[in-house]
Design a protein around this ligand. Structure first.
Ligand code: GRF
Length: 203
């Protein structure tokens, strides 16, 4: 399966996918990694793995639409069967999300629909939640609102701050994101009419 990965930062989830590709556990061919921010660690990870690393700096575009059109053009040239958002910190326009509907996944560090948007770990702590977690979901026009494919739950400990909680969540991210990608590649995971199907059954 031809996969394009979009990042904005450290790329630890990207690394989990690279590791899966290299070990043969994941039937994927990461055809490119694209970052909207120059010089980030994730681009370095791609280069180290011999994967095409592309910077498409959003600051070079006047409007969100112009950036999204450039990103669509770049991606279409790569012909990915799956687009993976892995810490990609740009809001995408409906033109973009419609174009890749059913073949674009995102990972969000909360138990969606709780805590869409930013600062999820601090918000879970502030709310006194006993549990927190992470969600892999298909991307729709609604920010962090597409239907969920997999969630992982972690306990919130009395001693946690946002950093320790984030680290516990990230361990799970690196497990469930490759899992979701594998299911997609095997044809087990799909989105139809805004609903996730696993082995043909609605989740
Ligand atoms: C992760 O916490 C992910 O859930 C969120 O952004 C972060 C990306 O981390 N969407 P990394 O760049 O994969 O290390």
């Amino acid at each position: 399966t031809r996969v394009a990965v979009l990042i904005s930062g450290s790329g630890s989830n990207l690394q989990a996918l690279i590791d899966g590709q290299q070990s043969g556990e994941l039937p994927i061919d990461i055809v490119a990694v694209i970052s909207n921010r120059p010089g980030v660690r994730g681009l370095e990870r791609a280069q180290n793995a011999g994967i095409q690393a592309i910077t498409l700096d959003h600051k070079g575009y006047d409007t969100r639409d112009a950036f999204d059109q450039a990103l669509i053009a770049q991606l279409d040239a790569l012909q990915p069967q799956l687009v993976v958002l892995a810490g990609f910190m740009r809001i995408l326009t409906p033109v973009f999300t419609t174009h890749f509907a059913g073949r674009m996944l995102n990972i969000h560090p909360s138990l969606l629909p709780k805590y869409q948007g930013l600062h999820t770990h601090q918000r879970a702590l502030d709310a006194g939640d006993a549990e927190h977690g992470v969600t892999v979901h298909f991307v729709t026009a609604e920010l962090d609102g597409g239907p969920a494919a997999i969630q992982a739950v972690v306990p919130v400990l009395a001693t946690d701050d946002a950093e320790t909680l984030a680290a516990r969540v990230q361990q799970q991210e690196h497990i469930i994101y490759p899992m979701a990608v594998r299911w997609f590649c095997e044809g087990r995971l799909a989105m139809s009419a805004n609903q996730v199907l696993l082995d043909g059954e609605p989740l």
